[in-house]
Design a protein around this ligand. Structure first.
Ligand code: PMP
Length: 704
């Protein structure tokens, strides 16, 4: 059994206190930990495979505000100290920021026992300086003072003993609301401040990396305190002292990713959550996302677990992706990539398209899966839409592409027996050399590629192949028992192979004359990918059956379908074919929205125009390593000269340049960005490809 997670266990300590907040905010702040606990904070951390538990929620003693705070902070300090010494990582979630004085005093005590000579550091992420020099009465001082107290300034009650921080080991990030006195004080003390302007200029992730690097170098251990008011109030309304503008919630989440794996981090604190001010639980969800991200595993662990606990049926490229938006994806290390392969055309609309995500979320909260045992109120709308858009009388919805291909094969065989009059169990299906139609045992029986077939037999009889692009070969292979010719209008996995002009039309003629169904597998080429709604339309062909998949699910779900007229589709009767998840309301709702987007934004035309542009730009590349550039619309293959390099090597070099592509058939680089890609992004990709090819060329051994 591989070691699952060596990371320190997380112990969450809630502090049900608003004692340091202004009187009107106290009850709200005191509710914070319980709201977070009920919202599932522990599960958010455990989702990362980490050990985590809610240790306890500390309640203040019953005393007037100012008197109740010091004892509470003493207990908190003791709990934090004990957790650190036990080898855990305490995460303190509390109402207002006065608790920082307790958290960090405890952490400093623990640190002093572990490394008596070492310094302690504090990374303070906050819109406010909280070093207040203002005098507004005792409570106001308490409210504002934790950092001041920790630095040994003012309010002795909070600092209690000599466990003081050195100002040189304090870094404030996100400051955007400080009075002049505070600014002067921080400068005089030598506290390093990265203010909001600097963050805007350099990016939060870079700033935080630099700050943690500094603290790691200068201290034996350090803590991180996050005051939620550092976030833009639009994303985190539930704070007591909002300051306008600020860091977007998702940016903060990404920037703290993996923070809890910092070896010198000894505790984390998230303060100032006041649920009384929350709008539709936005801030609570942000805190959960924040801690989920901070406790996330790093890329090395994730790759290792995938390898050690998974089957080795893929050899993924190195980046570990975490999120995507539009044409970009990001990895665990915060690196951004331009997505030039869009999950084999599944992500034609770009990542996380708001309309599609909205359709998904709305429907997921209503009815997701109902099975076909009943009608549902979403599937009929999708079926009608498919009918309107593609002009076939009927559609049969399934999940993955291979299921739709299986559906087509079954339909063709039954049609052959029942309509064409082929003798029982003698029907033949003809496919093409180099095809890719999926991975079921029947479908790989049609494949010409040894790695897809070898060792998976026996295959069903009646599966034949002819060379792709050769209509005469098809004519010669047809027998009275031929049920269907199954073909990709442009071969995708086979290496983006475009057949000779007129090929598909000639095949359609042959099939019609010989009484054979023409079935086009448009799982990859359909839905605008090649510049038309269906790639078969380039040849003016209307196949007897069309298989759709990938982009039909809007890049969010597997949704596929087989389309045909009644004369073929009606071979299926009740109970004779189907799938539990096929046509579920969630899938139907997303696919409906995806088709609407495709039409409303005329993405097929966009694909045609930008595809021509990209092809032309690639043709201009002068690299001697390029053997061929081909494709249609945004479905393009760049073939490299296999004597000198392979496409995977180029892929790796493109990754280093922030561009995601994928190799196929060893020498072909697949270029199929989301159809919503911008021309400037294509320019960026071309530049990167030129650079990558150049680099490969430079590395070739020179001929003597
Ligand atoms: N047909 C074609 C043309 C494909 O490209 C693919 C997938 N690459 C499939 C079928 C199979 O689809 P899935 O992986 O969803 O089963």
């Amino acid at each position: 059994m591989p070691e699952m997670n060596a990371a320190r266990p997380i112990r969450i300590i809630g502090v049900a206190s608003g004692l340091g907040a202004p009187a009107w905010a106290r009850p709200g702040c005191a509710q914070g930990p319980e709201v977070l606990r009920r919202a599932g904070l522990v599960s958010a951390v455990r989702r990362n495979g980490r050990a985590a538990r809610w240790q306890e929620t500390l309640q203040p003693i019953d005393a007037p505000g100012a008197d109740a705070l010091p004892p509470l902070l003493n207990v908190l300090a003791e709990r934090v100290e004990r957790a650190v010494l036990a080898g855990a990582l305490p995460v303190v979630v509390g109402g207002d920021q006065s608790i920082a004085a307790g958290t960090w005093r405890g952490a400093m005590h623990a640190a002093a026992q572990r490394a008596p000579e070492g310094d302690f550091g504090l990374l303070w992420i906050d819109a406010h300086a909280d070093a207040h020099t203002r005098r507004g009465g005792e409570v106001c001082n308490l409210a504002a003072m934790p950092l001041a107290a920790l630095l040994g300034l003012h309010v002795a009650a909070l600092s209690e003993d000599d466990a003081h921080l050195h100002a040189r080991n304090v870094i404030i990030v996100g400051l955007r609301s400080a009075d002049d006195d505070e600014t002067r004080l921080l400068r005089r003390l030598g506290v390093k401040v990265y203010d909001q302007q600097e963050i805007d200029r350099r990016g939060l992730r870079n700033v935080l990396e630099e700050a943690t690097r500094r603290l790691s170098a200068a201290t034996a251990s350090f803590g991180v305190s996050i005051d939620l008011d550092v976030v833009d109030p639009a994303d985190a309304p539930a704070v007591s002292t909002p300051a306008s503008y600020g860091i977007p919630g998702d940016v903060l989440c990404e920037a703290v990713r993996g923070l809890c794996d910092e070896p010198k981090l000894c505790a984390l604190e998230v303060a100032e959550f006041n649920p009384a001010h929350d709008v539709d639980d936005r801030t609570a969800r942000l805190v959960l996302a924040l801690l989920e991200s901070a406790t996330a595993a790093g890329e090395r662990d994730l790759r290792r677990w995938e390898y050690e606990c998974g089957a080795h049926n893929y050899r993924p490229l190195p980046p570990v992706l975490t999120h995507g938006r539009g044409c970009h994806v990001w990895d665990t290390e915060g690196r951004r990539y331009l997505d030039m392969m869009s999950a084999y055309s599944a992500v034609s609309f770009g990542h996380a398209h708001p309309r599609l995500v909205n359709a998904l979320i709305q429907q997921a909260g209503r009815l997701a899966v109902a099975s076909r045992a009943y009608h549902n109120d979403r599937l009929p709308l999708l079926l009608r839409k498919l009918h309107e858009v593609f002009g076939y009388e009927a559609a049969l919805p399934v999940n993955t592409g291979l299921e739709a291909v299986e559906t087509a094969i079954k339909a063709a065989r039954r049609w052959a027996y029942r309509v064409k009059g082929v003798p029982a169990d003698a029907a033949e299906i003809i496919a093409c050399d180099g095809n890719f139609h999926g991975r079921s045992t029947t479908i790989v029986g049609l494949s010409s590629i040894p790695e897809y077939r070898d060792g998976f037999g026996p295959f069903p009889p009646g599966l034949l192949r002819v060379p792709f692009g050769d209509a005469a070969a098809l004519a010669a292979a047809i027998t009275p028992n031929t049920a269907a010719f199954l073909v990709e209008p442009i071969q995708g996995e086979g290496g983006i192979v475009v057949p000779p002009a007129g090929y598909l039309a000639a095949c359609a003629d042959i099939c019609r004359e010989r009484g054979v169904l023409l079935i086009c597998d448009e799982v990859q080429t359909g839905l605008g990918r090649t510049g038309r709604l269906l790639a078969s339309q380039h040849d003016g062909v209307r196949p007897d059956g069309v298989i759709l998949g990938k982009a039909l699910g809007g890049g969010l779900l597997p949704v596929s379908a087989f389309l045909a007229d009644r004369r073929v589709m009606d071979v299926f009767g009740p109970g004779e074919h189907g799938s539990t998840f096929g046509g579920n309301p969630l899938a139907a709702s997303v696919a409906f929205e995806a088709l609407s987007l495709l039409l409303e934004e005329d993405l097929a035309a966009r694909s045609a125009e930008l595809g021509d542009y990209l092809l032309a730009r690639l043709h201009q590349l002068g690299s001697p390593l390029i053997r061929d550039v081909r494709g249609r619309g945004l479905f393009i293959g760049l073939e490299v000269d296999g004597r000198y390099t392979d496409a995977r090597q180029v892929c790796l070099k493109l990754l280093a340049r922030g561009v995601l592509t994928m190799d196929t058939r060893r020498t072909v680089l697949r270029l199929a960005p989301p159809l919503v890609v911008e021309r400037a992004q294509l320019d960026e990709a071309v530049l990167a490809i030129a650079g990558a090819l150049d680099e490969v060329e430079q590395e070739l051994p020179r001929a003597a």
